[in-house]
Design a protein around this ligand. Structure first.
Ligand code: C2E
Ligand code: MG
Ligand code: MG
Ligand code: MG
Length: 283
């Protein structure tokens, strides 16, 4: 009886692993052609200033729609791209497309508006990364301070020396650095000490519980006070309601981001909703 049970669960375990593996392999091979087939696109989610209430920038979020797989979440395929090495090409696609979009918007709309781009730790190991970024900024005539690079804490764990060098080079070009998902990693505070960050994004898991948990409120106010003291800009991500928005603003957060302010949308919708044309049409 026992044996049968074991072999059954073993078989089940194997089948589950096998199907997970094959879907991973399928996803990896489909992802390989995704760029060429034009299946990747960018969405933009507004950053809203808690003081002026203006949209001051946007986070760039990659989207993948495949005819076989449907819409695939970046949390799924970015990890796969990191393991297969495709992240270098994907990451460059994101940088190039986003900066091109920003150049276009800068021509049409008279707003000093910045973009924040998520970067994988693997990209930091690309010895051409800084050159690639600087060349794109020159090509599109975009000042460095209008580009922010978002890194998560685990991005830095692997190779601290290399990361430090790359990040300070980016910083020297005026590019801003942001510590994403703050509070969820292993050594958030030590990263702030060792790398030249300009801003911190409190992870949305802390914001989510503000309405119900006194502990979350204490944690969030403490993190915001710390950022203020260190003269770091503070972004509250995942703001979904008025209470959360009011709370973080009262505590001194600089930027709101979340569904309450606006969901990620494609470039056309973003411009329509948030950018104001400089050519005032008169009838
Ligand atoms: P992230 O950088 O922390 O991005 C924020 C995620 O939270 C996005 O999910 C966004 O759509 C979502 N979000 C924003 N506001 C709210 C809210 O109010 N409520 C809820 N429930 N969610 C909210 P998304 O677009 O699925 O991206 C997931 C993750 O994938 C990102 O987390 C980032 O780590 C990664 N990612 C996305 N685009 C890129 C990229 O171009 N390059 C790299 N390396 N990673 C990317
Ligand atoms: Mg991010
Ligand atoms: Mg985040
Ligand atoms: Mg996140």
């Amino acid at each position: 009886h026992c044996e049968t049970g074991n072999s059954n669960s073993y078989k089940f375990f194997n089948q589950k692993m096998e199907s997970e593996l094959s879907s991973r392999i399928q996803m990896e091979s489909l992802l390989r052609g995704a760029l060429k087939r034009d299946e990747l696109s960018l969405h933009y989610q507004p950053f809203v200033c808690t003081q002026s209430k203006n949209v001051v920038g946007a986070e760039v979020l990659i989207r993948w729609h495949n005819p076989t797989l449907g819409q695939v979440s970046p949390t799924e395929f970015i990890e796969i791209a990191e393991h297969s090495g495709q992240i270098i090409e994907l990451g460059y696609f994101v940088l190039r497309s986003a900066l091109k979009q920003l150049a276009y918007w800068r021509e049409l709309y008279n707003q000093d508006f910045y973009l924040a781009i998520n970067m994988s730790p693997i990209q930091l190991k690309d010895s051409y990364l800084v050159d690639k970024i600087v060349n794109l900024l020159e090509l599109y005539k975009i000042p460095g301070h209008l580009l922010e690079i978002e890194l998560t804490e685990n991005a830095l764990i692997h190779d601290t020396v290399c990361a430090q060098d790359v990040l300070s080079k980016l910083n020297q070009h005026g590019i801003r650095l942001s510590l994403d998902d703050f509070g969820t990693g292993y050594s958030s505070l030590s990263y702030l000490q060792h790398y030249p960050f300009n801003s911190v994004k409190i992870d949305r898991s802390f914001i989510r519980n503000l309405d119900t948990s006194e502990q979350s409120r204490q944690l969030v106010s403490t993190i915001i006070a710390m950022a203020n003291n260190l003269q770091l800009s503070l972004v509250a991500e995942g703001v979904e309601n008025q209470f959360q928005a009011d709370f973080v603003a009262t505590q001194g957060a600089n930027i709101w981001q979340g569904y309450y302010l606006g969901k990620p949308v494609d470039a056309d919708d973003f411009a329509q909703q948030y950018l104001i044309t400089s050519i005032t049409s008169q009838d």
